[in-house]
Design a protein around this ligand. Structure first.
Ligand code: ATP
Length: 256
């Protein structure tokens, strides 16, 4: 039996009169790559924002690894083990690649603000460990050669990898990636696919939003399809791709 990592039920998110998420429920099992697809405006990013504490859902339930995260704040969500990247890359542009990852790592460090000011022996040792771990993560995502470059000077593909390294620095159980292949060329997309498979093989569960349906079909263990805020299908890729409701949503047939 698959072990459930994340479970939401009956999630509703409204923006004024617009119901962006309408009674959405899904479960993500430990160790799977779970994809979220759907036409523009279907509610994918809104769901990500709910799952990472950026948006407070209006109704429903949300548990993660046995912890109730319904309406939890983002830092609580990260602390419980969910890390994410953003559709629009959000790096600290004036910091180096290495520093960006070190920031992500600080959430797991023990030395508090006082330690950082006093810079005592314990804090210095911890800083060195954080630096070493950050270097390791840059190597892991394949960009250690640009460790000392400012984030703003990195190529698009490298920036996306850096975001993933920074998210991994928080030691997540679930890594949520919002359109990581957007703007990538076919070679970069292939490399990204290999990276995601490597991440999953290391024991981290992956949740993915992507418009590249071909990539999703070849990568995901299971896929959920959102349309107008509702989950219209969920299952293994071969079944989802043949589902008439999914075909209709993608072909843009008028809704009754
Ligand atoms: N902060 C907000 N305020 C008001 N409406 C919002 C807000 N965020 C999202 N929406 C609306 O909620 C709906 C779902 O948007 P969302 O960005 O989640 O869709 P999406 O599936 O991620 O789309 P895309 O593929 O284009 O990124 C849209 O109608 C959008 O305009």
């Amino acid at each position: 039996m698959a072990e459930v990592l994340l479970k939401i039920d009956g999630i509703v998110k409204r923006f004024g009169g617009l119901v962006a998420l309408n009674q959405v429920g899904l479960t993500i099992n430990k160790g799977e790559i779970y994809g979220l697809i759907g036409p523009n405006g279907a509610g994918k990013t809104t769901l990500f924002n709910v799952l990472t504490g950026l948006y407070m859902p209006d109704e429903g339930s949300f548990t993660f690894d046995g912890t109730n995260l319904f309406r939890a704040q983002p830092h609580v969500v990260v602390g419980t083990g969910i890390a994410r990247t953003f559709q629009n890359i959000r790096l600290f542009k004036e910091m180096t690649a290495l520093e960006n990852v070190m920031v992500g790592r600080h959430i797991r460090s023990k030395a508090g603000a006082l330690g950082a000011v006093l810079r005592d022996k314990g804090t210095r040792a911890e800083e060195a460990a954080i630096r070493a771990k950050a270097q390791e993560l840059l190597a892991y995502v394949g960009i250690s050669d640009v460790a000392d470059e400012f984030a703003k000077n990195l190529s698009y593909g490298h920036q996306r990898r850096l975001e993933i390294a920074r998210a991994l620095a928080t030691e997540p159980k679930l890594l949520a990636l919002d359109e990581p292949a957007a703007g990538m060329n076919p070679r970069e997309t292939e490399e990204l696919k290999a990276l995601m498979e490597k991440i999953r093989a290391s024991g981290i569960t992956v949740l993915l939003i992507e418009h590249d349906v071909k990539l999703m079909m070849g990568l995901c263990d299971r896929i959920a399809v959102l349309d107008y805020g509702k989950k219209i299908a969920e299952g293994v890729p071969e079944v989802v791709r043949k589902d008439p409701k999914v075909i209709e949503a993608y072909l843009g047939v008028a809704h009754s």
